[in-house]
Design a protein around this ligand. Structure first.
Ligand SMILES: [Zn+2]
Length: 198
């Protein structure tokens, strides 16, 4: 049996991370082992902690370490605006820009007939409950400019028609672009110039 079996297994595991291939994974693991006290041991501890505590917010789908996330717990964030995003990465991108002061609703994907992803799979029905429970006046559909993203936006707009003001991010979000890849200035501009959906 190879004396590097455990290390090889770690490299294989790291290579599965987004943005890392086998080559970067090998470099990262080598670096970690060389910085055992400074990086590897603390990282292993942190991973264990996060593995035990990370969870989805029961209200909005954000990821944190409590059943209800900080944003949903803060009364200041209940300002009548609810921003619907596809993924937690989009929520985090929006928070980094600091442009939005309301609350979020993370769908966890988009409607997709081919993969039989329906509204029930995506926390879509919950949006209606939240509009009532949290006194939402405006729902901002900040979905990606992909075909599936826009299909999902139309579905939600139809569902909520007549109940709240509906708006979507202004031009500036590139076609097929994901919010997470936009710089803060572009997100801010797209949010400020949001337009109403009828
Ligand atoms: Zn939340």
């Amino acid at each position: 049996m190879s004396s590097t079996k455990d290390i090889d297994a770690l490299i294989d595991m790291m290579a599965k991370l987004p943005g890392l291939g086998p080559r970067s994974a090998r470099r990262a693991v080598l670096h970690l082992i060389r910085k055992r006290a400074l990086l590897l041991t603390p990282l292993a501890d942190m991973m264990q902690t996060v593995a035990a505590t990370a969870r989805e917010c029961l209200n909005c789908g954000n990821i944190g370490t409590a059943d209800i996330c900080d944003i949903c717990q803060s009364n200041k964030r209940q300002n009548g605006e609810l921003c619907v995003v596809e993924d937690v990465a989009d929520l985090w991108a929006m928070e980094r820009s600091g442009v939005f002061k309301g609350r979020y609703h993370v769908l966890g994907g988009t409607l997709n007939a081919l993969d039989s992803v329906g509204p029930e799979d995506l926390r879509i029905p919950r949006i209606r409950d939240r509009v009532e429970a949290e006194d939402v006046k405006e729902v901002i559909l900040a979905l990606n400019a992909t075909v599936d993203g826009q299909t999902t936006a139309h579905y939600i707009a139809d569902m909520l028609e007549g109940q709240v003001q509906l708006s979507s991010l202004a031009q500036g979000v590139p076609i097929g672009g994901e919010l997470d890849y936009l710089d803060d200035g572009t997100i801010t501009a797209a949010m400020r110039a949001r337009k109403s959906v009828s």
